[in-house]
Design a binder for this molecule. Structure first.
Ligand SMILES: C[S@@+](CC[C@H](N)C(=O)[O-])C[C@H]1O[C@@H](n2cnc3c(N)ncnc32)[C@H](O)[C@@H]1O
Length: 390
């Protein structure tokens, strides 16, 4: 059997989302893989490999919560008993994520055909005396933008995904609605937001796409564009009271379009901007109660997603996060540090979505054949308790 070993070879790749809290879980799987290939790590290599792997995941996640690591392995040319391994990180652009999702979407209207009841209600309230100026951030194909423009409001929309922007533009053109469309990624482009201020700024189903850090970065810019007495309305996943999320839940949420905030995190974010909460309602209950019966549910995925089940998919009871409508007004007495220039004062960090798919090689190493101590995955337990299915 020993003589057959050099002639028994395996090559392939192992890939998964860059979730740093899962590093040990993945690492244990890698050790099992190398064992199965009859190329276990030398004890001396385990630490180096583990450290390179942890760095790869941390850097990948910091670049984008949608990043994936790819570990490719093949027999080393110089020694068939060794494996050559290369680790890289791949981050799909926002456009690529949507192309993929839209292709698999079973709904003809990807986000629903009716506007959000909350958006309509607030626009009506604010527009009692006449049309208002509204900014719809991450407008998609115009589910909210178009009805708001039909109601005579001046609507500006930001939508970076070309397919969605095209649908919005064409629909507005067909109906001869005046909608100003900015095809920009609000996080990373120097968007010219000089067109404000706005009485209403809406982000519907957008914040769950952003990492917590990016949402914190974008809020000051938007608040800087609110007219006096204006309202910032967004929906966001909020942790239910009594739930203390750990890093695994927080990080995984960001990779499944379900970024969430605890009440404390949200209060820190908004009070620093002088924002005062004026509406706080569960999206599911509010929309179900206010949308026409035939418009419910808005899409096939909406109910499960809004309940937090993208993340807590197999939890039997009520998931510990839920999508909520949150409307804020600015406290007129608060002295704010205004964002500097158009891009705000925040430092711009590496773009999660900026470029098309990129693959940055983050390291390679050879593994020599020897028995290696098996790593135990502590993460398995945490996975079970959060009900995340892998
Ligand atoms: C789930 S869709 C919701 C679309 C629309 N707001 C609605 O409710 O029908 C999320 C939208 O956010 C947009 N989005 C995601 N990241 C964005 C970013 N960085 N800048 C601007 N829009 C973004 C997406 O392109 C997408 O159109």
């Amino acid at each position: 059997m020993q003589r057959l070993k050099p002639r028994t070879v395996g090559a392939g790749s192992f890939s998964a989302p860059c979730i740093p809290a899962l590093a040990e879980h993945y690492f244990a799987k890698l050790m099992q893989l190398f064992d199965a290939l009859d190329r276990p790590l030398e004890p001396a290599d385990v630490a180096a490999m583990r450290s390179a792997f942890h760095n790869c995941l941390t850097e990948g996640f910091a670049g984008s919560p949608y990043a994936r690591f790819v570990l490719a392995y093949q027999p080393a040319e110089s020694n068939p008993l060794a494996l050559d391994c290369t680790m890289s990180v791949v981050s799909p652009s926002l456009e690529e994520q949507y192309q993929d999702w839209l292709q698999h979407s079973a709904d003809s209207e990807p986000f629903g055909s009716e506007p959000d009841a909350m958006v309509v209600e607030l626009a009506k309230e604010l527009g009692r005396a006449g049309p208002i100026r509204i900014l719809d951030v991450g407008a998609g194909s115009g589910r909210n933008t178009l009805p708001l423009a039909r109601a005579q409001h001046t609507v500006h929309a930001i939508e970076p995904v070309p397919t969605l922007a095209k649908q919005l533009r064409e629909a507005a053109h067909t109906e001869q609605l005046e909608v100003r469309l900015f095809e920009h990624d609000i996080l990373h482009d120097q968007i010219e937001l000089s067109a404000g201020p706005y009485q209403l700024i809406v982000l519907s189903e957008v914040s769950p796409h952003f990492s917590q850090r990016d949402f914190a970065r974008v809020l000051p810019r938007l608040v800087g564009k609110l007219a006096p007495g204006g309202v910032l309305l967004f929906n966001a996943f909020i942790a239910r009271s009594g739930y203390s999320p750990d890093a695994l839940a927080q990080q995984t949420a960001q990779s499944v379009w379900s970024t969430f905030f605890t009440r404390t995190e949200l209060a820190e974010l908004t009070s620093a901007l002088g924002l005062v909460l004026s509406r706080d309602e569960a999206c599911l209950e509010f929309e179900r109660a206010h949308l026409a019966e035939e418009a419910w549910p808005p899409t096939r995925w909406y109910v499960n997603w809004a309940q937090g089940r993208n993340l807590f998919s197999n939890i039997a009871g009520v998931p510990p996060i839920e999508l909520r409508w949150l409307a804020y007004r600015q406290d007129p007495t608060t002295e704010l540090a205004r964002p500097q220039g158009e891009g705000g004062g925040a430092t711009r960090s590496a773009s999660p979505y900026a470029a098309a798919t990129r693959a940055d090689s983050t390291g390679s190493m050879s593994i020599s054949p020897a028995a290696a101590a098996r790593c135990k995955s502590k993460t398995d337990q945490a996975l079970a308790s959060f009900g995340i299915v892998w």
